[in-house]
Design a protein around this ligand. Structure first.
Ligand code: E4P
Length: 218
């Protein structure tokens, strides 16, 4: 499963990319607004693309298909790693098809049902982003749609990659892996939580204490 970092924070992106922990980046307008300060979005996307060797999702903000296509083409022109993100609306699916005809990769976002995911795949989406945590927030089992989408895409041989999104904790990451999601996008906090285990820390402390007691050097 590919691991993407869900952030527009360049310092976090550089930290994870330098350690080869991630395969790409997802952003959204909220994440961009959080990290932008006085920087222009184009400049931010270019910096992110230079920091990571992998797909970088950049989202349109137009709500009509023509506007999405025009913004999407501008975003795609920033760098070859840009994947244009469009919302799962009727104009979004039209824009998806049009952008794919220009050979631009598309991540269809804000997916909350398996039927939506089927329609996105039929529109040629490169990635579908089911939002797990936001479904959990309203009392559903968000991971259930990732499971269902996997089944449907396999059943009909659809090539769209499942990008599990809105993941809030390491358990979500584990479940996405077990289901066979193609990718998962993790906020930095969840990435580092997923790396940690108390027994690893305790084991290391014991090894170091025993080594210390030996009084030798390597
Ligand atoms: C995915 O592409 C989105 O940026 C993200 O995963 C949304 O997560 P949230 O529901 O925690 O905001």
């Amino acid at each position: 499963m590919k691991i993407f970092l869900d952030t527009a924070d360049l310092a976090e992106i550089e930290r994870a990319a330098e350690a080869h922990l991630i395969d790409g980046i997802t952003t959204n307008p909220s994440l961009l607004a959080k990290s932008a300060g006085d920087r222009e979005p184009e400049e931010m996307f270019l910096d992110i693309c230079r920091a990571v060797d992998g797909p970088v999702s950049a989202e349109v903000v137009a709500v009509d298909a023509a506007g999405m296509v025009s913004e999407g083409r501008k975003l795609a022109a920033i760098h070859e790693n840009i994947v244009v993100k469009v919302p799962l609306t009727e104009p979004g699916l039209r824009a998806c098809r049009a952008l794919r005809e220009h050979d631009i990769r598309v991540n269809v976002t804000l997916c909350f049902s398996t039927t939506q995911a089927l329609l996105a795949a039929k529109a040629g989406a490169t990635y579908i982003s089911p939002f797990v945590g936001r479904l959990d927030d309203i009392g559903h089992d968000g991971m259930e749609i990732v499971r269902d989408i996997r089944q449907v895409y396999d059943e009909y041989d659809l090539e769209t990659e499942i990008l599990a999104a809105s993941l809030r904790h390491p358990r979500h990451v584990l479940e996405a892996m077990l289901i066979g999601a193609d990718c998962a996008t993790l906020p930095p906090k969840v990435l580092y939580q997923s790396m940690k285990h108390p027994l690893t820390d305790r084991g290391l402390d014991a090894f170091l204490a025993d080594w210390q007691s030996l009084g030798k050097e390597l």
